[in-house]
Design a protein around this ligand. Structure first.
Ligand code: ANZ
Ligand code: ZN
Length: 842
């Protein structure tokens, strides 16, 4: 038998054996306890990258471990297959998005299989196939029936060159990311999901997610953004344009006497009314329409305003008048689209007031501060109210409550709980997405497609040679008859945001009937997902949408649980040093070479290379390492082992050639250990120590995997292997090697299978039971005891744990140092605390 483990043959051999045996097929009818281990499914961009390898290796270790522990494990894989990159490929390469996507899936499936992941491939799904998105359409109709879907005019980022709507992330410095054109704001009728109905539940639910990282819960909390506030109307001094009041929203009612203006957004009805008779106002509003719609962009843009000439009356004093300005920093769809400005205590208002020379009045001071101190910058902190009549001396909280109380008592305002969260706009004017199953009728309005017509399948014959949505210009696809009145009607040509696809795929993984999206009873066998693993970049949107979708399904009675993911783990990134040529081109690791004394040169030209920072692997910086040739060279197990070993899983992992080589060497060390078992003669003596090593490693590896501390599991395995390499042959050593093979199986499954077979064990190690350990074997059996004379430490003795008092006393009295101290005299008293100390009173 060769003394080398050969991944080139072993990997494929065991992958085939697992597939033939259906080893990782999850049986919903199994009587075993069930668990669902899930990693975020990949977007089929073309090839697997190192981030995927790390993510899926972690999930795989947990899935294999749970299986060996006796769980029926659901560990599926699929493809988040809709989205823009496929359409970009269509535009750039003339290939159909479906062709491109399916080819990528085929490539990446092979790549994933080569890593030996314990996946239930029988449940594989791709969101771009009608047998997935057709069911999504049915769920959309369910939510529509339940009143959780509606249509609303809203402002979007419009790219005038590509003639398309852009997501906020696609607007870079106010320009379309593809065309580079200045982005405009446009009003479009779009579909929305009522996630705001669940704002409070989604916030409260975070409290139950004790197996989620705190940082993710905090990010969601901030995104939902609950705040206490007041809504009230400023009455216009003269209702000149047919409107007599402006409703504002504030979270600082306590500052009301510091107000120096009222500001309304450019889309506010009052602004539009003013613009009808005032050309300059119209021009200002038009100017506001350029630039992105993100809160961040509006926040950072220069503050600009237009004085409408209108005035409002202060609610507490009819003699105080506040001018009404149209301002570019007021968002149309937040609060009421209008606010009162308090320059002394709000940064935007301060900038605005400084620019337009509006009064800056201090109404809050820090505890013990000077009420008449000048205001050099906005002081946004809480404190004591001043210059505010009946509010003087009250704390910010007290003054807030007092103003709300007076507003409600006087009937001119209402305390509110406000959420930052907005409803989820799901319309995309794109081809490669789930068609929204609605028909627009001239007389009936939008009508849901009858369910028997589902799936509404995307047409194949589409063109991408001109910008815009190919569905809009398809010659026949849009034609439909109204399901209600049978009149000629138009099919909706918007498709769903791809985040909808990923909001329920975990449910479809659990249950895949043909005739409905899922079977509730079967879903509840598996969900909630016991452990979800993925990138922290999804901490907000994906995880919030999936939580919402689950709650919405619960709300309409389709499932019986509220939270989809019981445990969440966000892994760190895989990083690599970056390189640039002297003329500023990014260079890939393949294009460089280490010269002498750690200098780096460009392989092709021999010229110097600038070494940059260690950063997340990304195509744009060319610092990626393709996993496939690494698997070719070192085998799947070495790659998996490296992914787990060098850093804690939540931290970044720097790619290193030396480490992958170390991992490959370790694989061979284990193989040689296994080989050393055959024909070994028994040597007694060391056996208890070896047994203990094995029990300790079993406990440590199990605890580490339970805590997803994979690097610690790896460390415990290194330690055990090291001890076994040094140990003389014995029955205990052999048993420990059999244990080692099982402990290593979740991480290096091909090596473990080959080793298991080599040891003559029956069946596959994938199906073997996880080793158990005896807690008594974990205890150190020797203790070190302090020996004191008259309360002073004189010596220590090492004795067997639990040794009786008499024996301890005898050992202590025999110590040289004690003998010297006593100098022949008998001790007056000896106090023994077993396992702890001896005090000799001389
Ligand atoms: C008066 C005031 C005084 C405010 C003060 C703040 C500080 P958060 O807390 O983030 O929810 N606001 C209200 N509607 C707005 C809109 N449509 N666009 C932009 N800003 C708007 O923000 C609430 C505060 O943001 C509100 O409280 C309001 O300004 C402003 F010392 O009212 B405040
Ligand atoms: Zn109709």
């Amino acid at each position: 038998m060769t003394d080398r483990f050969e991944p080139a043959s072993a990997d494929a051999r065991w992958q085939a054996r697992w597939a033939e045996a259906g080893s990782f097929t999850a049986d919903s009818a199994s009587p075993k306890p069930k668990t669902f281990v899930l990693e975020m499914f990949p977007y089929p961009s073309g090839r697997i990258h190192m981030g995927h390898v790390r993510n899926y290796t972690m999930g795989d270790v947990l899935a294999r471990y749970r299986r060996m522990q006796g769980f029926e494990v659901l560990h599926p894989m699929g493809w988040d297959a809709f989205g823009m990159p496929a359409e970009n490929a269509a535009m750039e390469q003339g290939v159909h998005p479906g062709t491109w996507t399916r080819a990528n899936i085929a490539t990446m499936r092979v790549q994933l299989k080569r890593l030996g992941f314990a996946l239930d491939w029988s449940r594989e799904l791709a969101t771009c196939e009608p047998d997935y998105y057709g069911h999504e359409q049915a769920l959309f109709l369910d939510l529509l029936d339940a009143g959780l879907v509606y249509r609303k005019e809203s402002e979007v980022n419009w790219d005038p060159v590509d003639a398309t709507v852009l997501a906020n992330e696609q607007v870079i410095d106010g320009r379309g990311w593809r065309s580079g054109a200045l982005v405009e704001r446009r009003k479009l009728s779009q579909w929305f999901l009522k996630i705001t109905d669940f704002a409070e539940d989604l916030l409260d639910g975070l409290g139950t997610l004790d197996q989620w990282p705190d940082k993710v819960r905090l990010m969601q909390e901030n995104w939902i953004g609950r705040s206490q506030g007041l809504k009230f109307a400023f009455v216009l001094a003269a209702p000149e344009v047919g409107i007599d009041r402006v409703e504002v929203f504030t979270t600082r009612p306590d500052t009301i006497f510091g107000a120096s203006f009222v500001a309304i957004s450019a889309g506010h009805p009052l602004a539009l009314a003013v613009a009808e008779r005032d050309g300059a106002a119209q021009a200002f509003i038009d100017r506001c329409r350029t630039g992105g719609t993100t809160a961040a962009e509006i926040e950072t843009a220069e503050k600009r305003g237009y004085d409408t000439g209108l005035e409002t009356v202060h609610p507490f004093d009819p003699d105080i008048r506040l001018p009404v300005w149209i301002a570019n920093f007021v968002l149309m769809d937040y609060g009421t689209g209008a606010l009162f400005g308090v320059p002394a205590h709000d940064a935007r208002d301060f900038e605005f007031a400084t620019k337009y020379d509006l009064p800056i009045r201090r109404v809050v001071i820090p505890q013990g501060g000077d009420p008449d101190a000048a205001v050099d910058e906005a002081e946004t902190g809480y404190g004591v109210t001043v210059h505010s009549r009946f509010l003087d001396g009250l704390s910010t909280e007290e003054a807030t409550m007092e103003v709300i109380r007076r507003a409600e008592a006087g009937g001119w305002g209402e305390g509110t709980v406000q959420y930052r969260l907005r409803d989820w706009g799901v319309s995309r004017q794109r081809y490669w997405g789930t068609p929204i199953p609605v028909i627009h009728c001239g007389s009936c309005g939008p009508v849901g497609v009858p369910r028997e017509q589902l799936p509404i399948i995307l047409p194949e014959d589409v063109t991408f040679d001109v910008p815009g949505n190919p569905l809009d210009r398809h010659p026949t696809w849009g034609a439909a008859t109204c399901p209600k009145c049978s009149a000629e009607a138009r099919r909706e040509t918007d498709t769903l945001d791809t985040f909808v696809n990923s909001s329920w795929y975990f449910i479809r993984f659990a249950s895949q009937p043909d005739d409905q999206p899922f079977d509730r009873a079967e879903v509840e066998q598996w969900l909630p997902v016991a452990q979800y693993i993925g990138g922290v970049e999804h901490a907000i949107l994906h995880l919030l949408y999936a939580r919402f979708w689950t709650r919405a399904l619960q709300h309409i009675g389709r499932i019986g649980f509220a939270e989809p993911f019981k445990g969440l783990f966000t892994q760190g990134m895989v990083t690599h040093e970056t390189y640039k040529s002297l003329d500023g081109r990014w260079l890939s690791p393949d294009e460089i070479e280490y010269g002498t004394s750690a200098s780096v040169i460009e392989r092709a030209t021999g010229s110097g290379v600038v070494r940059g920072r260690i950063e997340k692997m990304s195509k744009s910086k060319k610092n990626t390492v393709d996993p496939e040739p690494i698997v070719d060279r070192y085998g799947a197990d070495a790659v998996r082992w490296f992914m787990l070993s060098d850093s804690p899983p939540e931290r970044d992992l720097e790619w290193s050639e030396a480490s992958i080589e170390g991992a490959a060497r370790f694989v061979q060390r284990v193989w040689r250990l296994v080989g050393s078992v055959a024909g070994a003669a028994g040597v007694a003596g060391e056996e208890l120590a070896i047994d203990k090593r094995a029990h300790r490693a079993t406990a440590a590896v199990g605890a580490a995997i339970d805590g997803l501390a994979f690097n610690k599991a790896v460390a415990a395995l290194y330690e055990l292997a090291g001890a076994l390499e040094k140990a003389a042959p014995s029955a205990s050593r052999e048993a420990a090697i059999r244990t080692l093979v099982r402990l290593i199986a979740p991480m290096a499954p091909h090596l473990a299978e080959d080793s298991w077979a080599r040891l003559g064990e029956p069946g596959m190690v994938a199906n073997a039971a996880w080793p158990s350990f005896d807690p008594a074997m974990l205890v150190d059996d020797e203790v070190t005891i302090a020996v004191q004379v008259n309360g002073k430490l004189r010596d220590t003795i090492t004795v067997a744990r639990g040794l009786d008092r008499g024996a301890i006393e005898a050992r202590a009295l025999a110590c040289d140092k004690v003998v010297r101290q006593l100098d022949g005299a008998a001790p007056r008293k000896v106090i023994v605390v077993p396992d702890r100390l001896v005090n000799i009173v001389a």
